[in-house]
Write a protein that binds this ligand. Structure first.
Ligand SMILES: [Zn+2]
Ligand SMILES: [Zn+2]
Length: 151
């Protein structure tokens, strides 16, 4: 965990550098995450927004603001993504004053030739939420706390 983690979008134009360790990692099966992922769940790692560094030389970062009528908290959340290739990068809920960013762990890269624990293995989820939407063929992660909706 000594080296800082970093990730890129699919087209490689945007780099996200994480200058701290994650506060928490969880899987989410809510319908927003399912749509954003185009799959059954997203794996979200929470970092302080001040520790999230963006490199976007081509100006591709885009924000979609999820309207407050649609969020659980009733407060807007920002979905940051690459406007060129469409990769999700992270979500920043305004309910937490934008101070926390939920990084999509699938964007994290392993350096070529790196032999250690991969970023996805380092960021093992310790909780799963909205499991009521979990498809029957996906099994719960060992030792991860399970929540039907939210804790
Ligand atoms: Zn991209
Ligand atoms: Zn979710």
């Amino acid at each position: 965990m000594s080296e800082s983690l970093s990730g890129t979008c699919l087209c490689g134009s945007i780099k996200v550098k994480l200058n701290s360790t994650a506060n928490h990692v969880g899987l989410c099966y809510c319908s927003d995450c399912q749509k954003s992922a185009g799959g059954p769940y997203q794996c979200n790692a929470m970092f302080n927004s001040s520790d999230v560094e963006l490199e976007d030389p081509k100006g591709y970062v885009k924000l979609y603001v999820v309207p407050k009528e649609q969020t659980l908290s009733g407060i807007e959340k920002q979905k940051w993504f690459c406007g060129n290739c469409g990769s999700p990068l992270f979500v920043r809920p305004m309910s937490l004053n934008g101070e926390k960013s939920f990084i999509k762990t699938g964007i994290l890269d392993t350096a070529p030739g790196f032999q250690g624990t991969s970023p996805l293995d380092q960021l093992k989820p310790t909780s799963e939420i909205f499991t009521k939407n979990r498809p029957s063929y996906v099994k719960p992660i060992d030792d991860a706390a399970q929540f039907n909706t939210v804790p």
